[in-house]
Design a protein around this ligand. Sequence first.
Ligand SMILES: Cc1ncc(COP(=O)(O)O)c(C=O)c1O
Length: 397
Amino acid sequence: MQREIYFDNHATTRTDPRVVDTMLPWMVTEFANPGSITHEPGRRVAAKMDECRDNIQQILNAPDSDLIFTSGATESINLALFGTALHPKQKRRKIVSAATEHRAVLDPLHRLQKSGWEIVHLQIEASDPGRIGEIDLASAEKEIDDSTALVCLMLGNNEIGTIQPFDKIAQLCRDRGALLHIDASQAIGKLSVDFESLGADLLSFSSHKFYGPKGIGGLLIKRETASRRLLPQIIGGGQQNNLRSGTLNSVGIVGMASAIQYAVEELNRESQRLANLRDRLWHRLQTGIEGLLINGPDWRDEGDAVHRLPGNLNICFPRVEGQSLMLRTPLLAVSSGSACTSAEPHPSHVLLAIGRSEDQARSSIRFGLGRFNTPDEVDQAADWLIQAYRDLASFVA
Ligand SMILES: Cc1ncc(COP(=O)(O)O)c(C=O)c1O
């Protein structure tokens, strides 16, 4: 029997069995509440939480920060956005972001806009092939000003893989007194993520994107700039210095700390391996199908200066819908360029923002290659897709 092939590692990753092993004792033996420091079992779990926190901060080079454990990047981003915007001492009324951000950013911004905030989306590079999806610096220069409370941008794009260079943007934020929030959900384990060098004040991440468990993530908060400027969003119990109440997810935290350790230790080898798999998939598909378009930054002539996450490939298949291709390749788990968030599938807002038409967005498929994928799977998936494409294209020819 043929096996399923999972190429949707931007949506989530399989929890690494090594990570599961580290978690089990903290579920069945050391299960005490880390807030119960009146007894020894509670103190042991509390000490483990401190150790995990320290390790994660060290790995992300964030020594002068607080790390708040959350349920994932969506919650971290909500805390960063609403926490900054609603703080009583907040005098500024503008947030700068981009139309290519994840819905975890765009939806909270939409709510803030409805309550009177000025929300500005920066222009996106849509013509230089190697830099598609990057922020246009001239528009950042113009829009990040003295009324800007926060700039909120992602490090690695979850659909088209664009890697955002942050040096100039971080400098602009510093010069104009705006906080910088970076959504690093897709970057950890694929790029070296260094909180200090990025110049971030806030940084969000989710463990299930780097082979850790679901339901756990973090928000790094630079002590000097951001920690006294955040209004807690979940209250009741006062855990985590009152910034995020609720019993710590101790099992998840142990898993996330272990997952980030593996992801960073194996980063160089793994990102090269993923880039090779991505290249292999692209070449196989291209030899079988004419007229494919790459959505997002073209990596092929960029040498070492590639601006795309290594395991990401997003392709527009001419004349056929991504969802039709997916229906004809039922054993392949990928994601199409339209999101079924309602009865009507909407074309991807990211593909539209980089200048693709609605039809092109609907004809697109996102591939997210990951740790457990192999060259054989790439070859098999390419064969399935080429066959499905030819069948479908013969109807529309
Ligand atoms: C870039 C980005 N930001 C935020 C999120 C939200 O993460 P979670 O669903 O784990 O809260 C995701 C998940 O798809 C993402 O890809």
